[in-house]
Design a binder for this molecule. Structure first.
Ligand code: ZN
Length: 146
């Protein structure tokens, strides 16, 4: 079994770049998605855009989670393709090394004091949001045969 990892990026240079600067990355990591399930591979691409307040991270990601089919109740690997978009706020001023602290909204994503932007939590949360309400093991599953 693969050990779960994290998806972290060093963005010190991007924070020094002017607003509008971008970076693109390919991601392919194994992370924890669903509690109680084995870690899952998440792959795709992410781009970062320098904003006036921080970094806007946008991702197009893919993963598979094990779900129970809503008709036949068999478990199956459900492919998820999903996007996310979140702005990350630095806790440290990049030029003066001064602590600016977390934004007032506690749910905001942050760039830590080492200028590391971690998309693991966003990748996990948005994967869960992408899970269909009534998952089907295959199109047209006819359910439990009596
Ligand atoms: Zn089914």
């Amino acid at each position: 079994m693969n050990e779960p990892r994290i998806m972290q990026f060093q963005v010190a240079q991007l924070l020094k770049d002017p607003v509008g600067a971008t970076r693109d990355y390919l991601v392919d990591e194994v992370i924890n998605i669903l509690e109680g399930s084995p870690p899952g591979r998440v792959w795709g691409r992410v781009d970062f855009l320098r904003t006036s307040r921080g970094v806007l991270a946008r991702g197009r990601l893919n993963t598979r989670v094990e779900l129970a089919c809503s008709r036949c109740l068999e478990s199956f690997q459900c492919e998820l393709e999903y996007g996310f978009e979140e702005e990350y706020f630095p806790v440290l001023d990049i030029y003066h090394d001064e602590y600016i602290g977390k934004p007032e909204d506690n749910d905001s994503f942050i760039i830590d004091e080492n200028h590391i932007l971690d998309i693991t939590e966003a990748a996990r949360q948005y994967a869960i949001l992408a899970i269909p309400m009534k998952p089907l093991c295959r199109p047209g599953c006819e359910g439990i045969k009596l």
